[in-house]
Write a protein that binds this ligand. Structure first.
Ligand code: AMP
Length: 417
């Protein structure tokens, strides 16, 4: 496989897929530029080597239509500032051949939002899945997607994918485009390389004990990854909102807590599987409950299986925090996805903070820790601990799919698989 370090960019044009899907305020100002900063090592390397850059990204969900609120023109100056050089802008990403052709070594062209074209995502628009004509529309759109990808590919000599956040999608710019470059001329960017290596560390290079912490709101959205992890981990901490589905499945009273009543059997099945596989499943034993879903609600600590009506569990209790910390501090490999409570409320951050602190301590003692999935990243950022874990992934869905063992189309396309 070609690598960004081995490739000779001098005199070449590189088309680079980045994730510049940054949050903007109502005036179009960037409120968090983490994603732009994340792509800089790759972009700067290509420029420093004497290459020219064609940078492409999506922003938001314009659903195949031009929408000025999601125009990348709004971030052009910020990108220029971050790169320390001028950035030209192509207002139509599918009609940028002339602009691309005119680029000289060291110059940068930013393409308009790829998702202004439905071809980027490749899903037929304006037709229902139930419609008998849907399959034909889908086939036709796949052909249009190939043509769109081919147009983008025609702008450059090589293709670099540095957008891990969209690597689990087979979109024109994330995967299909790679078909138009031979293996020598396509590669992962630095950010992608780092992400792929971090996942690899978790999946193949496991130092034991391996503790995974899965939190968040629901068991249903995490079931794929929980089942996959069951074959790999020594300790599995299941916390957050899913606590109450497990508590109820085992006959507990959970009051008004978030609970998936149609997943009670699934919860029992997970308990059984953990036993069969010898996995130490760690569930909360007590909860901080509240009489309202609000930061300033009244709160008290009760066992997870004895929550009165009118009250709901919003955080893991002190006894649970100790159990979690024990399973984390002894670990040599740690994966954390999803908070232990409603960490957005300052009065219900204790469980998530206890986890974060234990992960930090284990990392200081030599463990490899990967934190990923939107909310857990927000959580470590909130506690100011992001730089004290081994790796914070930029991927949400992509990270979870990779850890589930699924092949990411964006990575497979580069490898020529
Ligand atoms: P997810 O997107 O599934 O990872 O869920 C993250 C969300 O789960 C966060 O916004 C948390 O506020 C929420 N969450 C965690 N614990 C609870 C709980 N006990 N009750 C309700 N929501 C929760």
């Amino acid at each position: 496989m070609q690598t960004i370090d081995n490739y000779k960019f001098a005199g070449k044009k590189a088309i680079v897929r980045v994730d510049f899907n940054v949050p903007l305020d109502e005036n179009g100002n960037i409120t968090d530029d983490t994603r732009i900063r994340g792509a800089l090592p790759t972009l700067k390397k290509i420029l420093a080597d004497g290459g020219a850059l064609i940078v492409m990204s999506h922003m938001g969900k314009p659903k195949g239509k031009v929408n000025p609120k999601m125009s990348l023109a709004q971030i052009k100056d910020a990108v220029a500032k971050a790169l320390g050089t001028d950035v030209k802008f192509a207002p139509d990403c599918a009609k940028a051949a002339d602009d691309a052709k005119a680029l000289k070594p060291g110059e940068v062209l930013l393409l308009e939002n790829l998702r202004f074209y439905p071809e980027e995502e490749g899903k037929p628009v304006g037709i229902d899945k139930e419609d008998p004509a849907y399959n034909d529309a889908k086939k036709a759109m796949k052909e249009r997607q190939k043509a769109f990808a081919k147009t983008l590919a025609s702008y450059a000599d090589c293709y670099v994918n540095d957008a891990f956040g969209t690597a689990h999608r087979r979109h024109a710019s994330t995967a299909v485009i790679a078909d138009y470059f031979d293996v020598e001329n396509k590669m992962l960017g630095y950010l992608m390389e780092k992400e792929v290596k971090a996942v690899d560390n978790i999946l193949t290079n496991i130092k034991r004990p391996f503790t995974a912490i899965m939190g968040g709101s629901k068991v249903s959205t995490k079931i794929g990854i929980i089942e996959n992890l069951m074959d790999k981990v020594d300790n599995l901490i299941l916390c957050g909102g899913m606590t109450y589905t497990f508590a109820k499945a085992q006959g507990g009273e959970v009051g008004n807590s978030i609970c998936e009543n149609d997943k009670l059997d699934l919860a029992l099945d997970i308990l059984k599987k953990a036993k069969e596989k010898g996995v130490n499943l760690v569930l909360a034993t007590d909860a901080v409950i509240a009489d309202d879903f609000a930061n300033d609600a009244n709160q008290k600590v009760v066992p997870v299986n004895a929550i009165p009506e009118g009250w709901e569990g919003l955080d893991a209790g002190p006894e649970s925090r100790k159990l979690f910390a024990e399973a984390i501090k002894s670990a040599k490999t740690i994966l954390w996805n999803g908070p232990a409570g409603v960490f957005e409320f300052d009065n219900f951050t204790g469980g998530s903070r206890a986890i974060a602190e234990a992960v930090v301590e284990a990392t200081a003692n030599g463990a490899f820790s990967l934190v990923g999935g939107g909310d857990s990243v927000a959580c470590v950022n909130k506690f100011g601990l992001a730089d004290k874990v081994s790796y914070v992934s930029t991927g949400g869905g992509a990270l979870l799919e990779a850890i589930e063992g699924k092949v990411l189309p964006g990575v497979a396309a580069i490898k020529g698989e």
